[in-house]
Design a protein around this ligand. Structure first.
Ligand SMILES: [Zn+2]
Length: 291
């Protein structure tokens, strides 16, 4: 079965090298492509990383740079790695928003840019804040999904009230033609994320980042059986595996182990959709990349 990893990081950043080691990986292009080959992962979507600000502190799209600083013409990252441009919402001002939108548009004109990524918890700004509206309009214009970091955050300076899955409901209703992906299934607010995805036809869920590090699938299933059963209960309640996408959050977790955990989580008749087809349909630009 072909697999698309709908949520990875592909960044030349100190923390990711350490995280990769802890997960039994190396944060290098060669290593990742080797793992992809072994696991039949035909493509991946990297979530933009970086400071998201230029030298003057103005908003700069966060992209990917593991294969050197990104250049678009020619594209100098592996062809099967697509990306979502990350938005540092807190860098936006009324004066610089227009320039920021233009910068995002430069990326969206490139086939490897397949979506936008928002980090409301880290930026202390609600998704419904009008500062984000031009970016939702851009996503609608270019017909790309908006991925949102939902649920727990990696730093204690973030505020989880802004990354709570219920905050997605308001923008999903305000922008019915834009598809939204709740990254990390809003964990630990799985019940709330399920409701928002069930209610709104334009809201999807990715399964990335539900575990971190290196361990065996058996150990994880034994240790976290309650957590995984809770997730299975609410996936069953959701009742729509067309809305659920596999993603790992590499380099934070061991990919072969994580694949095994998610294979056990999802009923086998839905594997084709969750591991491949849903991402291919939602991120429709992947088709042109041959993924
Ligand atoms: Zn991530």
């Amino acid at each position: 079965m072909k697999i698309i990893d709908s949520h990875i990081h592909f960044a030349n950043r100190e923390g990711f090298y350490r995280a990769a080691q802890a997960a039994g990986h190396e944060n290098t292009v060669e290593h990742l492509l080797d793992v992809f080959e072994k696991e039949n992962i035909v493509g991946a979507i990297a979530m933009g990383s970086g400071s998201g600000r230029d030298d003057k502190g103005e908003c700069l799209p966060m992209t990917l740079d593991l294969a050197g600083t990104l250049s678009l013409e020619p594209y100098n990252q592996p062809g099967n790695i697509a990306y979502c441009c990350g938005l540092t919402s807190s860098a936006l001002t009324p004066e610089n928003t227009r320039r920021a939108v233009e910068r995002f548009e430069e990326h969206l004109r490139h086939p490897n840019c397949v979506g936008l990524k928002l980090y409301p918890g880290y930026n202390h700004i609600y998704l419904s804040d009008p500062v984000h509206y031009p970016f939702y309009e851009l996503a609608q214009q270019y017909q790309v999904p908006v991925v949102i970091h939902t649920g727990d955050t990696a730093t204690s300076t973030a505020l989880v009230k802004y990354s709570h899955p219920l905050t997605v409901d308001e923008v999903a209703v305000a922008f019915p033609k834009v598809n939204f992906v709740m990254a990390h299934y809003g964990n630990p607010w799985i019940v709330d994320a399920t409701e928002v995805a069930k209610k709104n036809p334009n809201v999807f869920l990715d399964l990335s980042g539900l575990a971190e590090g290196n361990f065996t699938a058996d150990w994880f299933w034994e240790t976290y059986s309650g957590y995984l059963q809770h997730l299975q209960t609410w996936l069953t309640y959701l009742g729509d595996y067309n809305k659920v996408l596999y993603g790992s959050d590499w380099p934070l977790v061991n990919i072969p182990t994580y694949l095994e955990i998610i294979r056990r989580l999802i009923p086998s008749q839905h594997h084709e959709r969750v591991f491949y087809q849903n991402a291919k349909e939602l991120f429709s630009r992947l088709e042109a990349l041959g993924i």
